[in-house]
Design a protein around this ligand. Sequence first.
Ligand SMILES: [Zn+2]
Length: 377
Amino acid sequence: MKIDVLIEHGTVIDPSTGHSGKYDVAITGDRIVGILEPGTVGGDIQRRVNAEGCLVTPGLIDIHAHIFEAVPQMGVKPDNFGVDQGVTTIADAGSSGEQNFHDFVERSVKQNATEVLAWLNISSPGLVEGRSELADLNRLVVESTLARIAEYPETIIGIKARMSGSVVKGSGISPLAVAKSVARRAELPVMVHIGNAPPKLQDVLDLMEEGDVLTHAFHGKPGGILDEHGQLIPQAQRALDRGVRFDVGHGSASFSFATMNRARELGITPYSISTDLYLVNWLNGPVYSLTTTMTKFLALGYSIDQIIEWTTAAPARILRKSDDIGTLKVGTIADISILKIVDQPVELIDSENEKLSYNKLIQAQYTMKSGELYTCK
Ligand SMILES: [Zn+2]
């Protein structure tokens, strides 16, 4: 067998196939061609990558980040959050809408090594003209949005609706009703951002269906999934029972250690871990990267296997691409992350400025995207 790259001596964690332990990973062209017992690969090996002391996982997937440079003070080049940081696929979360989606494709999808997908904002300008994009219902243009979805079926994986007070102003729950009607016609999920009311979270949750994603699910603001006594609100339990998926979406203001800890006591876990990375919370924190966000879950006491599931196989299911990405299955595209858990003191900070001291940090070493190897920054 001719092998272009052999990633050897690493510890493979792939929740999609159940691999957890020492394996060598063989790549030919842009495909994974073998997950093999260490030292058993023979034949013509072009290049060896030494992953001693590292985790070898499916390429990490971030389903909520902002990578459209037309959005002032927010968008960055996708590779900054992508292959530079161990992430092979990013779904932009509503930076663009139907009116500027061509521009998004030209700038953010085509020019990068990282695979870029998009939740299309239900508001025509997306975030390009400001952050109150759902205040004027005239900006929700159903037929043009459906036309854009039909035009880019490979890239648009869902609809984004940001349902918090500063975004919707007087529009109430209406933008989500429009987003859901478009999504149903297009047979796509909706990603709903939550924050401060109005609208009330109860009303938001009642409109969400199986496969829809609640991002910022574990924020620390009033009116979240927990009531004032720390109990899960019934609408959230019913949403979970229906198959609504709770995503982290850390961001500058949307992830609380206290909320996460209380949710855990109640038996509620994230479905997926995403960052809500954009320019400011990348450079100045508290988010920095997907691996930093993963480190926070390690510090909160979750297992590395669980964390890898939430950043590979689970987001791949949300994107409905489980057959292609989020897996090291033989024959799939060679999207692979090589990560190291480094022993060093760190102070981790959530969006409420709560601090958590820890002694380990997950760092991305190398990213392989479609068989090409990138050194992380
Ligand atoms: Zn966001």
